[in-house]
Write a new protein. Structure first.
Length: 95
């Protein structure tokens, strides 16, 4: 059972970002499966690390584009990315 299913309602209308969002959803579902099936801590840690690393890659790409087009909310959006990574990293070390 998926934690999150990709639907077109999640699309942001930018093909590259949608591709990366789909990959994040996929890794999130892998993480959900690892929890659901009581995988060992190493497996959980590896999957969470993969999620965090891919999120950082995605956020870097997204922030570069947002900054390039100077959207007014870019600083706020980037701060949300930083908060998300910090939260995930805290969880990684809590497992």
């Amino acid at each position: 059972m998926a934690v999150l299913r990709w639907t077109e309602a999640l699309s942001v209308g930018v093909a590259a970002f949608d591709y990366e969002h789909k990959r994040l959803v996929s890794i999130l579902n892998e993480l959900g499966d690892a929890f659901r099936y009581n995988e060992d801590k190493d497996m959980l840690g590896t999957t969470l690390k993969n999620f965090i690393n891919y999120a950082i890659t995605h956020f870097t790409n997204e922030e570069r584009t947002i900054t390039e087009y100077c959207t007014p909310q870019s600083a706020e959006h980037n701060a949300e990315h930083d908060d998300f990574i910090a939260h995930c990293t805290e969880r990684k070390y809590a497992t």
